[in-house]
Design a protein around this ligand. Structure first.
Ligand SMILES: [Zn+2]
Ligand SMILES: [Zn+2]
Length: 443
Protein backbone atom coordinates (compact mmCIF):
# COMPACT_ATOMS: atom_id res chain seq x y z
CA UNK A 1 0.00 0.00 0.00
CA UNK A 2 0.96 3.58 -0.45
CA UNK A 3 2.26 5.13 2.69
CA UNK A 4 1.83 8.83 2.30
CA UNK A 5 3.15 9.58 5.74
CA UNK A 6 6.53 8.61 4.47
CA UNK A 7 6.39 11.15 1.70
CA UNK A 8 6.14 14.10 3.88
CA UNK A 9 5.39 14.39 7.53
CA UNK A 10 4.01 17.84 7.08
CA UNK A 11 1.39 18.37 9.69
CA UNK A 12 3.17 17.86 12.98
CA UNK A 13 6.33 19.48 11.83
CA UNK A 14 4.52 22.56 10.71
CA UNK A 15 2.45 22.77 13.82
CA UNK A 16 5.64 23.16 15.82
CA UNK A 17 7.18 25.46 13.27
CA UNK A 18 4.08 27.63 13.21
CA UNK A 19 3.83 27.85 16.95
CA UNK A 20 7.33 29.24 16.87
CA UNK A 21 6.42 31.71 14.17
CA UNK A 22 3.50 32.84 16.25
CA UNK A 23 5.92 33.21 19.12
CA UNK A 24 8.18 35.39 17.01
CA UNK A 25 5.19 37.31 15.75
CA UNK A 26 4.21 38.06 19.30
CA UNK A 27 7.60 39.50 20.14
CA UNK A 28 6.67 43.02 19.17
CA UNK A 29 3.69 42.98 21.45
CA UNK A 30 5.72 41.58 24.31
CA UNK A 31 8.43 44.19 23.77
CA UNK A 32 5.97 47.02 23.55
CA UNK A 33 3.87 46.04 26.52
CA UNK A 34 6.10 44.54 29.12
CA UNK A 35 8.46 47.35 29.98
CA UNK A 36 8.58 51.05 30.28
CA UNK A 37 12.26 51.19 29.59
CA UNK A 38 13.57 48.87 26.91
CA UNK A 39 17.09 47.59 26.56
CA UNK A 40 18.83 48.43 23.29
CA UNK A 41 18.36 44.83 22.13
CA UNK A 42 14.65 44.98 22.91
CA UNK A 43 14.29 48.28 21.08
CA UNK A 44 15.88 46.71 18.03
CA UNK A 45 13.41 43.83 18.19
CA UNK A 46 10.49 46.20 18.61
CA UNK A 47 11.66 48.25 15.61
CA UNK A 48 12.08 45.09 13.54
CA UNK A 49 8.61 43.97 14.52
CA UNK A 50 6.91 47.26 13.68
CA UNK A 51 8.90 47.81 10.51
CA UNK A 52 10.36 51.02 11.87
CA UNK A 53 13.61 51.41 9.92
CA UNK A 54 14.55 54.60 11.75
CA UNK A 55 14.34 52.92 15.09
CA UNK A 56 16.41 50.01 13.85
CA UNK A 57 19.00 52.37 12.35
CA UNK A 58 19.18 54.30 15.61
CA UNK A 59 19.84 51.12 17.57
CA UNK A 60 22.61 50.24 15.15
CA UNK A 61 24.16 53.69 15.51
CA UNK A 62 24.02 53.23 19.26
CA UNK A 63 26.06 50.10 18.82
CA UNK A 64 23.62 47.20 19.10
CA UNK A 65 24.83 43.82 17.87
CA UNK A 66 22.40 43.02 15.02
CA UNK A 67 23.07 39.28 15.35
CA UNK A 68 22.72 39.05 19.10
CA UNK A 69 19.71 37.29 20.46
CA UNK A 70 17.73 38.67 23.30
CA UNK A 71 18.80 37.47 26.72
CA UNK A 72 17.35 40.07 29.03
CA UNK A 73 13.72 39.14 28.56
CA UNK A 74 12.67 35.59 29.37
CA UNK A 75 9.82 35.59 26.86
CA UNK A 76 12.01 36.91 24.09
CA UNK A 77 14.88 34.56 24.73
CA UNK A 78 16.55 33.63 21.50
CA UNK A 79 14.73 36.17 19.35
CA UNK A 80 16.79 37.95 16.71
CA UNK A 81 15.91 41.09 14.81
CA UNK A 82 16.44 39.59 11.36
CA UNK A 83 14.00 36.73 12.04
CA UNK A 84 11.39 39.10 13.37
CA UNK A 85 11.67 41.41 10.35
CA UNK A 86 11.62 38.46 7.91
CA UNK A 87 8.64 36.97 9.65
CA UNK A 88 6.74 40.26 9.59
CA UNK A 89 7.68 41.02 6.00
CA UNK A 90 9.49 44.31 6.56
CA UNK A 91 11.80 44.39 3.56
CA UNK A 92 13.32 47.79 4.45
CA UNK A 93 14.29 46.62 7.90
CA UNK A 94 15.74 43.41 6.49
CA UNK A 95 17.77 45.44 3.98
CA UNK A 96 19.03 47.69 6.75
CA UNK A 97 19.97 44.77 9.02
CA UNK A 98 21.75 42.93 6.22
CA UNK A 99 23.65 46.09 5.27
CA UNK A 100 24.88 46.20 8.83
CA UNK A 101 26.12 42.67 9.01
CA UNK A 102 23.11 40.60 9.98
CA UNK A 103 23.94 36.96 9.28
CA UNK A 104 21.38 35.27 7.01
CA UNK A 105 22.74 31.82 7.70
CA UNK A 106 22.20 31.75 11.43
CA UNK A 107 19.72 29.07 12.42
CA UNK A 108 17.33 29.41 15.30
CA UNK A 109 14.67 27.16 16.74
CA UNK A 110 14.34 23.87 14.82
CA UNK A 111 17.17 24.82 12.56
CA UNK A 112 15.18 27.42 10.67
CA UNK A 113 16.83 30.35 8.91
CA UNK A 114 15.32 33.82 8.57
CA UNK A 115 14.79 33.13 4.86
CA UNK A 116 12.58 30.16 5.73
CA UNK A 117 10.40 32.44 7.80
CA UNK A 118 9.99 34.86 4.88
CA UNK A 119 9.28 31.96 2.49
CA UNK A 120 6.74 30.38 4.80
CA UNK A 121 4.88 33.63 5.28
CA UNK A 122 4.98 34.61 1.63
CA UNK A 123 6.99 37.81 1.93
CA UNK A 124 8.26 38.17 -1.62
CA UNK A 125 9.95 41.54 -1.14
CA UNK A 126 11.91 40.25 1.82
CA UNK A 127 12.99 37.18 -0.12
CA UNK A 128 14.18 39.43 -2.96
CA UNK A 129 16.20 41.56 -0.55
CA UNK A 130 17.75 38.48 1.03
CA UNK A 131 18.67 37.07 -2.37
CA UNK A 132 20.62 40.23 -3.16
CA UNK A 133 23.02 39.05 -0.50
CA UNK A 134 24.91 35.81 -0.50
CA UNK A 135 22.78 33.29 1.29
CA UNK A 136 22.99 29.53 1.40
CA UNK A 137 19.80 28.39 -0.32
CA UNK A 138 20.24 24.71 0.41
CA UNK A 139 20.36 25.04 4.17
CA UNK A 140 17.86 22.64 5.71
CA UNK A 141 16.06 22.89 9.01
CA UNK A 142 15.73 20.03 11.48
CA UNK A 143 12.92 18.53 9.41
CA UNK A 144 15.02 18.60 6.26
CA UNK A 145 13.11 21.48 4.66
CA UNK A 146 14.91 24.01 2.48
CA UNK A 147 13.63 27.55 1.95
CA UNK A 148 12.22 26.41 -1.42
CA UNK A 149 10.35 23.61 0.30
CA UNK A 150 8.91 26.10 2.79
CA UNK A 151 7.57 28.18 -0.09
CA UNK A 152 6.18 25.02 -1.74
CA UNK A 153 4.51 24.02 1.47
CA UNK A 154 2.48 27.21 1.43
CA UNK A 155 2.13 27.52 -2.33
CA UNK A 156 3.84 30.89 -2.66
CA UNK A 157 4.43 30.69 -6.39
CA UNK A 158 6.10 34.10 -6.74
CA UNK A 159 8.65 33.12 -4.12
CA UNK A 160 9.22 29.69 -5.64
CA UNK A 161 9.88 31.45 -8.92
CA UNK A 162 12.42 33.87 -7.45
CA UNK A 163 14.20 31.12 -5.53
CA UNK A 164 14.50 28.89 -8.58
CA UNK A 165 15.75 31.80 -10.67
CA UNK A 166 18.45 32.31 -8.06
CA UNK A 167 19.54 28.74 -8.34
CA UNK A 168 17.66 27.01 -5.52
CA UNK A 169 17.95 23.25 -6.02
CA UNK A 170 14.60 21.64 -6.75
CA UNK A 171 16.01 18.15 -6.39
CA UNK A 172 16.88 18.47 -2.72
CA UNK A 173 15.19 15.60 -0.96
CA UNK A 174 13.61 14.97 2.36
CA UNK A 175 14.58 11.81 4.20
CA UNK A 176 11.55 10.14 2.63
CA UNK A 177 12.85 11.06 -0.81
CA UNK A 178 10.18 13.73 -1.26
CA UNK A 179 11.20 16.71 -3.38
CA UNK A 180 9.75 20.25 -3.44
CA UNK A 181 7.29 19.06 -6.11
CA UNK A 182 5.96 16.33 -3.84
CA UNK A 183 5.53 18.87 -1.06
CA UNK A 184 3.65 21.37 -3.26
CA UNK A 185 1.40 18.52 -4.38
CA UNK A 186 0.91 17.10 -0.91
CA UNK A 187 0.01 20.53 0.44
CA UNK A 188 -2.55 21.01 -2.34
CA UNK A 189 -1.08 23.85 -4.35
CA UNK A 190 -1.86 23.27 -8.04
CA UNK A 191 -0.37 26.60 -9.15
CA UNK A 192 2.89 25.78 -7.42
CA UNK A 193 2.93 22.31 -8.99
CA UNK A 194 2.24 23.91 -12.35
CA UNK A 195 5.08 26.37 -11.98
CA UNK A 196 7.57 23.75 -10.83
CA UNK A 197 6.72 21.55 -13.80
CA UNK A 198 6.95 24.45 -16.23
CA UNK A 199 10.41 25.06 -14.78
CA UNK A 200 11.39 21.53 -15.75
CA UNK A 201 11.10 19.64 -12.49
CA UNK A 202 10.84 15.88 -13.06
CA UNK A 203 7.18 14.91 -12.93
CA UNK A 204 8.03 11.24 -12.45
CA UNK A 205 10.36 11.73 -9.49
CA UNK A 206 9.64 9.10 -6.88
CA UNK A 207 10.04 9.03 -3.15
CA UNK A 208 11.89 6.13 -1.57
CA UNK A 209 8.76 3.99 -1.59
CA UNK A 210 8.07 4.75 -5.23
CA UNK A 211 5.36 7.35 -4.77
CA UNK A 212 4.94 9.86 -7.59
CA UNK A 213 3.13 13.18 -7.40
CA UNK A 214 0.27 11.71 -9.40
CA UNK A 215 -0.17 8.99 -6.82
CA UNK A 216 -0.20 11.57 -4.05
CA UNK A 217 -2.72 13.75 -5.87
CA UNK A 218 -4.99 10.80 -6.61
CA UNK A 219 -4.72 9.46 -3.13
CA UNK A 220 -5.65 12.79 -1.65
CA UNK A 221 -8.38 13.41 -4.21
CA UNK A 222 -6.78 16.61 -5.51
CA UNK A 223 -8.55 17.09 -8.81
CA UNK A 224 -6.96 20.44 -9.63
CA UNK A 225 -3.50 19.03 -9.08
CA UNK A 226 -4.32 15.98 -11.18
CA UNK A 227 -5.46 18.26 -13.99
CA UNK A 228 -2.12 20.04 -13.87
CA UNK A 229 -0.21 16.76 -13.86
CA UNK A 230 -2.16 15.42 -16.81
CA UNK A 231 -1.39 18.65 -18.66
CA UNK A 232 2.28 17.71 -18.33
CA UNK A 233 1.68 14.18 -19.58
CA UNK A 234 2.20 12.40 -16.36
CA UNK A 235 1.96 8.72 -17.17
CA UNK A 236 -0.76 6.68 -15.54
CA UNK A 237 0.39 3.66 -13.58
CA UNK A 238 0.02 0.31 -15.26
CA UNK A 239 -1.47 -2.44 -13.15
CA UNK A 240 1.61 -4.65 -13.49
CA UNK A 241 3.72 -2.12 -11.64
CA UNK A 242 1.45 -1.11 -8.84
CA UNK A 243 -0.99 -2.35 -6.27
CA UNK A 244 -3.65 0.15 -7.32
CA UNK A 245 -4.01 2.26 -10.43
CA UNK A 246 -4.91 5.91 -10.06
CA UNK A 247 -8.41 5.11 -11.32
CA UNK A 248 -8.93 2.51 -8.63
CA UNK A 249 -7.71 4.99 -6.06
CA UNK A 250 -10.23 7.52 -7.32
CA UNK A 251 -12.94 4.85 -7.03
CA UNK A 252 -11.87 3.93 -3.54
CA UNK A 253 -12.02 7.58 -2.53
CA UNK A 254 -15.43 7.96 -4.18
CA UNK A 255 -14.02 10.96 -6.01
CA UNK A 256 -16.11 11.25 -9.17
CA UNK A 257 -14.32 14.32 -10.45
CA UNK A 258 -11.01 12.56 -10.14
CA UNK A 259 -12.29 9.49 -11.93
CA UNK A 260 -13.70 11.67 -14.69
CA UNK A 261 -10.36 13.42 -15.00
CA UNK A 262 -8.46 10.14 -15.21
CA UNK A 263 -10.85 8.57 -17.69
CA UNK A 264 -10.52 11.61 -19.90
CA UNK A 265 -6.76 11.14 -19.70
CA UNK A 266 -7.01 7.59 -20.95
CA UNK A 267 -7.33 5.54 -17.79
CA UNK A 268 -8.80 2.09 -18.43
CA UNK A 269 -12.42 1.91 -17.21
CA UNK A 270 -11.94 -1.84 -16.75
CA UNK A 271 -9.08 -1.53 -14.30
CA UNK A 272 -9.44 -4.23 -11.69
CA UNK A 273 -8.05 -4.98 -8.27
CA UNK A 274 -5.68 -7.92 -7.92
CA UNK A 275 -8.51 -10.29 -6.99
CA UNK A 276 -10.33 -9.51 -10.23
CA UNK A 277 -12.80 -7.06 -8.76
CA UNK A 278 -13.31 -4.46 -11.47
CA UNK A 279 -13.71 -0.74 -10.80
CA UNK A 280 -17.38 -1.03 -11.79
CA UNK A 281 -18.01 -3.98 -9.49
CA UNK A 282 -16.35 -2.11 -6.66
CA UNK A 283 -18.42 1.07 -7.02
CA UNK A 284 -21.59 -0.99 -7.49
CA UNK A 285 -20.85 -2.73 -4.22
CA UNK A 286 -20.05 0.53 -2.48
CA UNK A 287 -22.95 2.46 -3.95
CA UNK A 288 -20.92 5.15 -5.74
CA UNK A 289 -23.50 6.05 -8.35
CA UNK A 290 -21.77 8.91 -10.13
CA UNK A 291 -18.63 6.92 -10.69
CA UNK A 292 -20.59 3.93 -11.93
CA UNK A 293 -22.24 6.16 -14.52
CA UNK A 294 -18.86 7.57 -15.58
CA UNK A 295 -17.33 4.12 -15.92
CA UNK A 296 -20.27 2.83 -17.93
CA UNK A 297 -20.14 5.87 -20.18
CA UNK A 298 -16.48 5.19 -20.89
CA UNK A 299 -17.14 1.58 -21.76
CA UNK A 300 -16.69 -0.40 -18.56
CA UNK A 301 -17.76 -4.02 -19.14
CA UNK A 302 -21.16 -4.27 -17.50
CA UNK A 303 -21.30 -8.06 -17.62
CA UNK A 304 -17.75 -8.86 -16.68
CA UNK A 305 -17.52 -11.68 -14.16
CA UNK A 306 -15.24 -11.03 -11.21
CA UNK A 307 -14.51 -12.94 -8.03
CA UNK A 308 -16.91 -15.87 -7.63
CA UNK A 309 -18.32 -15.21 -11.08
CA UNK A 310 -20.15 -12.14 -9.78
CA UNK A 311 -21.04 -9.40 -12.24
CA UNK A 312 -21.53 -5.73 -11.29
CA UNK A 313 -25.28 -6.43 -11.06
CA UNK A 314 -24.67 -9.19 -8.53
CA UNK A 315 -22.56 -6.82 -6.42
CA UNK A 316 -25.35 -4.26 -6.48
CA UNK A 317 -27.80 -7.00 -5.48
CA UNK A 318 -25.64 -8.22 -2.64
CA UNK A 319 -25.67 -4.70 -1.25
CA UNK A 320 -29.38 -4.42 -1.97
CA UNK A 321 -28.89 -1.15 -3.83
CA UNK A 322 -32.04 -0.60 -5.90
CA UNK A 323 -30.73 2.49 -7.70
CA UNK A 324 -27.77 0.53 -8.97
CA UNK A 325 -29.88 -2.41 -9.99
CA UNK A 326 -32.07 -0.09 -12.05
CA UNK A 327 -29.05 1.71 -13.55
CA UNK A 328 -27.37 -1.53 -14.55
CA UNK A 329 -30.52 -3.12 -15.93
CA UNK A 330 -31.15 0.04 -17.93
CA UNK A 331 -27.63 -0.12 -19.36
CA UNK A 332 -27.93 -3.71 -20.52
CA UNK A 333 -26.74 -5.81 -17.60
CA UNK A 334 -27.58 -9.51 -18.00
CA UNK A 335 -30.54 -9.93 -15.65
CA UNK A 336 -30.41 -13.74 -15.84
CA UNK A 337 -26.70 -14.18 -15.26
CA UNK A 338 -26.14 -17.51 -13.64
CA UNK A 339 -22.45 -17.64 -12.77
CA UNK A 340 -20.47 -19.76 -10.41
CA UNK A 341 -22.53 -18.25 -7.59
CA UNK A 342 -25.24 -20.73 -8.67
CA UNK A 343 -28.06 -18.27 -8.42
CA UNK A 344 -29.74 -15.75 -10.69
CA UNK A 345 -30.30 -12.11 -9.69
CA UNK A 346 -33.96 -12.98 -9.02
CA UNK A 347 -32.99 -15.83 -6.70
CA UNK A 348 -30.51 -13.62 -4.90
CA UNK A 349 -32.99 -10.78 -4.38
CA UNK A 350 -35.66 -13.28 -3.27
CA UNK A 351 -33.26 -14.88 -0.86
CA UNK A 352 -32.19 -11.52 0.55
CA UNK A 353 -35.76 -10.31 0.94
CA UNK A 354 -35.32 -7.25 -1.30
CA UNK A 355 -38.93 -6.70 -2.36
CA UNK A 356 -38.20 -3.59 -4.40
CA UNK A 357 -35.42 -5.27 -6.29
CA UNK A 358 -37.54 -8.33 -6.97
CA UNK A 359 -40.20 -6.05 -8.42
CA UNK A 360 -37.62 -4.15 -10.48
CA UNK A 361 -36.25 -7.39 -11.90
CA UNK A 362 -39.72 -8.70 -12.72
CA UNK A 363 -40.57 -5.43 -14.40
CA UNK A 364 -37.37 -5.56 -16.40
CA UNK A 365 -37.97 -9.15 -17.48
CA UNK A 366 -36.21 -12.17 -16.01
CA UNK A 367 -36.59 -15.91 -16.45
CA UNK A 368 -39.04 -16.97 -13.77
CA UNK A 369 -38.26 -20.65 -13.38
CA UNK A 370 -34.47 -20.77 -13.60
CA UNK A 371 -33.10 -23.31 -11.15
CA UNK A 372 -29.95 -23.62 -9.11
CA UNK A 373 -28.08 -26.87 -8.64
CA UNK A 374 -30.47 -27.88 -5.87
CA UNK A 375 -33.29 -27.43 -8.39
CA UNK A 376 -34.73 -24.50 -6.52
CA UNK A 377 -36.47 -21.62 -8.30
CA UNK A 378 -36.71 -18.04 -7.05
CA UNK A 379 -40.24 -18.79 -5.84
CA UNK A 380 -39.10 -21.79 -3.82
CA UNK A 381 -36.36 -19.71 -2.28
CA UNK A 382 -38.83 -16.92 -1.47
CA UNK A 383 -41.24 -19.41 0.08
CA UNK A 384 -38.46 -20.70 2.28
CA UNK A 385 -37.77 -17.11 3.33
CA UNK A 386 -41.46 -16.48 3.99
CA UNK A 387 -41.47 -12.97 2.59
CA UNK A 388 -45.14 -12.63 1.67
CA UNK A 389 -44.70 -9.61 -0.56
CA UNK A 390 -42.01 -11.27 -2.61
CA UNK A 391 -43.95 -14.52 -2.85
CA UNK A 392 -47.05 -12.72 -4.11
CA UNK A 393 -45.02 -10.65 -6.60
CA UNK A 394 -43.50 -13.85 -7.98
CA UNK A 395 -46.82 -15.69 -8.11
CA UNK A 396 -48.41 -12.72 -9.84
CA UNK A 397 -45.64 -12.64 -12.42
CA UNK A 398 -45.82 -16.40 -12.99
CA UNK A 399 -49.39 -16.07 -14.22
CA UNK A 400 -48.17 -13.98 -17.07
CA UNK A 401 -44.80 -15.26 -18.15
CA UNK A 402 -43.54 -15.74 -21.68
CA UNK A 403 -45.04 -18.82 -23.23
CA UNK A 404 -41.64 -19.70 -24.73
CA UNK A 405 -38.80 -18.61 -22.45
CA UNK A 406 -40.68 -18.08 -19.19
CA UNK A 407 -39.56 -14.52 -18.75
CA UNK A 408 -41.52 -11.90 -16.87
CA UNK A 409 -42.51 -8.54 -18.34
CA UNK A 410 -44.64 -9.73 -21.21
CA UNK A 411 -47.24 -8.59 -23.66
CA UNK A 412 -50.39 -10.50 -24.38
CA UNK A 413 -51.22 -11.98 -27.77
CA UNK A 414 -53.40 -9.33 -29.35
CA UNK A 415 -55.62 -11.86 -31.08
CA UNK A 416 -56.64 -14.30 -28.37
CA UNK A 417 -55.55 -12.41 -25.27
CA UNK A 418 -54.63 -15.76 -23.74
CA UNK A 419 -50.91 -16.22 -24.26
CA UNK A 420 -48.02 -13.98 -23.22
CA UNK A 421 -44.70 -13.26 -24.89
CA UNK A 422 -41.60 -11.39 -23.76
CA UNK A 423 -40.61 -10.47 -27.29
CA UNK A 424 -41.62 -10.65 -30.90
CA UNK A 425 -39.00 -13.36 -31.42
CA UNK A 426 -40.63 -15.60 -28.83
CA UNK A 427 -44.05 -14.95 -30.31
CA UNK A 428 -42.86 -15.89 -33.80
CA UNK A 429 -41.16 -19.01 -32.44
CA UNK A 430 -44.37 -20.11 -30.75
CA UNK A 431 -46.69 -19.23 -33.59
CA UNK A 432 -46.78 -22.62 -35.42
CA UNK A 433 -48.09 -24.19 -32.23
CA UNK A 434 -50.10 -21.32 -30.86
CA UNK A 435 -51.88 -20.46 -34.07
CA UNK A 436 -54.24 -23.40 -33.59
CA UNK A 437 -55.58 -22.28 -30.24
CA UNK A 438 -55.25 -18.63 -31.13
CA UNK A 439 -57.55 -18.99 -34.09
CA UNK A 440 -60.03 -21.00 -32.06
CA UNK A 441 -60.19 -18.33 -29.39
CA UNK A 442 -60.86 -15.70 -32.00
CA UNK A 443 -63.99 -17.49 -33.09
ZN1 LIG B 1 -39.78 -15.16 -24.34
ZN1 LIG C 1 -53.00 -15.74 -29.40
Amino acid sequence: MLILNNVYKGTDVMKNFLSFIIFVGGIGTVVAMNKEKLSLQEELLAGAFKGNVEQVRLCIVRGVDVNAHCETNKELKGARALFVACNQGHADVVRCLLAHGADMDIKIERGCTALMFACTNGHLEVVKVVLEHSVKLETTNDEGLTALMCACQYGHVDIIKVLLEHGADHTTRLESGGEPLHIACFCEHPEAVDYLLSFGVDINAQTKDGTTVLTIACNKGLVEVVKVLLKYNSGLSAMENTELTELLLGCKKNNAQMVKCLLAAGANPNDAFKDGLSALMFVCGEGYLKIAELLLKEGADINQAGPGGCTPLIFALIKGNIRFVKLLLGKGADADVHGSLDCTPLMLASNNGNENIVRALLKHGVIMDAQNKSRETALLIAQRGRNKKIISSLLEAEKEMCNVCHKSNVRVCQRCRQKFYCSRDCQIEDWPEHKKSCKKEKR
